[in-house]
Write a protein that binds this ligand. Structure first.
Ligand code: ATP
Ligand code: MG
Length: 253
């Protein structure tokens, strides 16, 4: 499919203005946001993706932002646009958190930031929930295990630097699985000053009680819940590589 990019100038008018200033924005706000994008050297935006606003396709939408595919310096990037009704007053704090996780090679790479926009690496792929549901055929157990292991390793890295993602219990929204590897996303609710529980939260979300857990159980034999809970408990008391390896081992990863 050929993707058509639309020059950002056009985002002052309907239907595109709905994307730039969602759910609603004044003419002045829109003009100022276009200026902001020009300063960031974003030339154009493509309306593609599995989510829609009105009839316009976008990459995704949450309570903080609307995410679209953009072009900067000839490269595809993802742009998180601050919603005008968001609780967050600016995007710099989110970008700072992203910078921290990038330092251990986690998350989409931060490219630039301004008050209303975060520019980051575009992740081509599917949300993990959809990815698992579409997983079938030869080699799918291997692919499943590799993907989960890679996610757990990222969570372990975050535990090691004392960084808590905060929303990994709803994993289906926070991991995008690409061709090469899965990537954790959305660090705006993260914290560097609370107890970290990335590995524990995500393991529970993947293996205990969720729809995802049921699908995984049909694909390979996972340990009984009690054993998993016990292993997580030792990891919680001491977040060492040894305890983490124990976890990988009982999960047959
Ligand atoms: N770098 C990216 N590349 C591709 N798609 C992305 C990227 N970042 C986010 N998305 C898509 O946009 C959606 C919304 O992004 P994100 O979760 O960061 O927004 P949010 O407003 O903080 O959401 P929430 O209200 O759930 O906290 C994601 O679920 C994902 O589908
Ligand atoms: Mg969020």
């Amino acid at each position: 499919m050929k993707i058509s990019f639309i020059p950002i100038k056009k985002f002052e008018k309907e239907p595109y203005s709905k994307i730039l200033g969602y759910p609603k924005a004044s003419k002045r706000q829109l003009k100022s946001r276009i200026l902001e994008l020009e300063k960031l050297k974003v030339k154009s935006i493509a309306l593609v993706g599995h989510t829609t606003i009105g009839k316009v396709a976008i990459l995704g939408k949450g309570y903080v932002g609307v995410v679209v595919l953009g072009k900067k310096g000839g490269k595809d990037i993802a742009i998180k646009i601050r919603r005008t009704d968001s609780q967050r007053k600016e995007m710099k704090s989110e970008a700072n958190l992203l910078k921290i996780v990038n330092s251990v090679n986690v998350g989409p790479k931060l490219i630039d930031v301004s008050k209303n926009f975060v520019l980051m690496e575009f992740l081509e792929g599917e949300k993990i929930g959809d990815w698992i549901n579409n997983l079938s055929g030869k080699g799918s157990v291997r692919r499943l295990k590799d993907t989960i292991k890679s996610i757990l390793e990222d969570c372990y890295k975050l535990d090691q630097i004392g960084f808590d993602h905060g929303e990994l219990s709803s994993i289906s929204k926070h991991v995008i699985v690409g061709k090469i590897k899965p990537t954790l996303i959305d660090f705006e609710s993260s914290s560097t000053n609370r107890r970290v529980s990335n590995v524990t939260s995500i393991t529970q979300a993947i293996f205990i009680g969720s729809g995802m857990a049921k699908k995984i159980q049909r694909m390979y034999k996972v340990p009984p819940k009690e054993k998993l809970v016990m292993t997580l408990r030792s990891y919680k008391t001491e977040q060492s590589r040894e305890h983490f390896d124990q976890l990988l081992s009982i999960l047959k990863l």
